[in-house]
Design a protein around this ligand. Structure first.
Ligand SMILES: [Zn+2]
Length: 328
C-alpha cells in the first residue's frame, strides 16, 4: 500500500520578532522556525514540490510522514531568514509571492492591515475601532453603507488565531466594503498609524526579483499567488484570468518552471471558474487554507487543486516535542 498522506505546512512572517521594528506582528520567531525544522527533520520526511506533483501523477510514492514547506506572500523574511536555514538543511521550500508587491513596490492591503494592527497596542484596539466607525460614518452616504454595528455583528467572529474584533477589522477591510472604499480607509489608517511611505515600506517588506531568482537557482520552488492578492473566488472570470496570467508571466521572469506551475490561492479563495482557468493553463497543483492533512494519489482529478494545509502553529515547535494529533 502506497503512502498517501502529506502534511503541507504554511508559513508567513518568519523573523527575529523581538528585535524587529514591529514585534507585535503575527509571525513565527526565527529561532522557533529553526527548532521546528529540527522537529520536522526528526519526525517527518520533508519532500520537494516536484515529488508531490509526481505522486499526483502516479509516478513514485510519497515517503512515510511526508511534509511540504510553503511560504506565502513573498516577504523578505523568506530570503533573509528562511532560505539560508533551508539551504543548510538541504531542504526545499515552496514560495508564493504576489506579483504586484514585488514588481511595483506597493504594499498589499492585507499587509497594511497587519502593520496597522501590529502598531496598535492590544489595549488600544478600541481606538482603532472608533477610527473605523468614524470613517464608515464619513463615507456612509457616498458608498451607501450599512452601520458600523451591522458590519460588526456580521463579521466579528473569533478566528483560529485572532479574537473577534481583529477578525472584524480584517474581514471588513479585506472583502466586505466596496473595493475603492476599503483601499481608501486602509490607506488612511496606514498613513495615520504606521506612517511610513509605501515605496520604502514595500522594499523593506518584500523580496526583490533578484532575490527570488537567486532562490530559484538554488532549487527552491516558486509558485503563483495572484497579481494583486485578491480573493479569486470573489472576482469575475475575466479578472481571475488577468490575475493568473500575470502570475504565470512572473514565474517565467524569475526562471521558475512554467510547465509544472502551481498556485496558492490568496486567502485560500477560489471557485469553479478558478479551477477551470488553471486547469486550462496546465497548472499542476493548487493549495488552499483548508485545515487538514492532504491525501495525494494518482488520478486525483480536481482534488489536486484543493490541497489543504496546516499552519506552522498547528505543529510543535521544539525539536524534542512529540508529534501531535496532526501526525500523518
Ligand atoms: Zn497570501
Amino acid at each position: 500500500m502506497n503512502n498517501r498522506h502529506l502534511t503541507v505546512i504554511m508559513y508567513h512572517y518568519v523573523r527575529d520578532l523581538k528585535n524587529s521594528r514591529y514585534p507585535n506582528i503575527k509571525g513565527l520567531d526565527v529561532n522557533l522556525f529553526k527548532e521546528q525544522i529540527k522537529f520536522l527533520k526528526k519526525n517527518y520526511n520533508v519532500i520537494r514540490m516536484e515529488d508531490v506533483i509526481s505522486a499526483s501523477k502516479g509516478v513514485g510514492a510519497l515517503p512515510p510522514h511526508a511534509a511540504l514547506l510553503t511560504f506565502d506572500d513573498g516577504y523578505i523574511d523568506h530570503f533573509t531568514n528562511v532560505f539560508p536555514i533551508l539551504k543548510n538543511n538541504n531542504l526545499q521550500g515552496s514560495f508564493f509571492a504576489p506579483v504586484k508587491a514585488i514588481t511595483e513596490h506597493k504594499v498589499l492591503d492585507v499587509n497594511k492591515i497587519h502593520f496597522i494592527l501590529a502598531s496598535t497596542p492590544k489595549n488600544k484596539i478600541y481606538l482603532l475601532l472608533n477610527e473605523i466607525r468614524n470613517q464608515l460614518i464619513e463615507f456612509q452616504e457616498e458608498f451607501n453603507l450599512n452601520t458600523f454595528d451591522y458590519y460588526f455583528d456580521k463579521l466579528a467572529q473569533t478566528g483560529r488565531f485572532d479574537p473577534a474584533e481583529i477578525i472584524f477589522i480584517k474581514r471588513l477591510l479585506q472583502v466586505e466594503l466596496p473595493v475603492d472604499l476599503r483601499l481608501k480607509i486602509t490607506n488612511n489608517l496606514f498613513e495615520k498609524i504606521v506612517g511610513v511611505e509605501e515605496g520604502a515600506f514595500s522594499k523593506e517588506l518584500y523580496m526583490s526579483i533578484d532575490q527570488i531568482k537567486c532562490m530559484v537557482n538554488a532549487g527552491m520552488h516558486i509558485g503563483t499567488h495572484g497579481y494583486d492578492h485578491f480573493w479569486l473566488g470573489s472576482l469575475s472570470k475575466q479578472k481571475q484570468e488577468f490575475e493568473i496570467e500575470r502570475s504565470i508571466d512572473f514565474i517565467k521572469e524569475v526562471g521558475g518552471n512554467v510547465n509544472e506551475w502551481t498556485i496558492c490561492y490568496p486567502y485560500g479563495s477560489y471557485n469553479n471558474d478558478t479551477i477551470e482557468i488553471i486547469k486550462d493553463k496546465g497548472c499542476k497543483l493548487g493549495l488552499t487554507t483548508e485545515v487538514a492533512i492532504a491525501t495525494i494519489y494518482s488520478q486525483m482529478g480536481d482534488n489536486v487543486f484543493k490541497i489543504p494545509r496546516l499552519d506552522t502553529n498547528d505543529l510543535p515547535k521544539e525539536e524534542v516535542s512529540i508529534p501531535n494529533k496532526w501526525y500523518n
